[in-house]
Ligand binder design. Structure first.
Ligand SMILES: [Zn+2]
Length: 89
């Protein structure tokens, strides 16, 4: 996993401030870019980076374009986050 610093960005669902992103695909080390899918570490919401690398709600179009393997990784990350913080607190 590779971690990348980002500008401060806030989850549109819970307001969590993030300033880093970790690539959950071991085969990829590139920093986040526009359209990449991410998961809020606090509430588990599925988000995407915009052109300024701020997080926005993920579009259905983008969600349908991710690979099956990445979809499984996103769902697993979401399950782990929500199991640890079931109320998003
Ligand atoms: Zn959140």
């Amino acid at each position: 996993m590779s971690e990348h610093r980002t500008l401060d960005t806030f989850c549109p669902t819970c307001g969590y401030r993030a300033n880093a992103a970790t690539n959950i695909n071991d085969k990829q080390t590139a920093p986040p870019s526009c359209g990449d899918i991410t998961v809020c570490l606090k509430c588990g919401e599925i988000l995407q980076f915009d052109a300024q690398l701020k997080v926005q709600p993920a579009s259905l179009t983008n969600l349908l374009q991710i690979s099956k393997e990445d979809g499984i990784r996103v769902a697993k990350a979401q399950r782990i986050i929500r199991a640890r913080r079931p109320l998003g607190i």
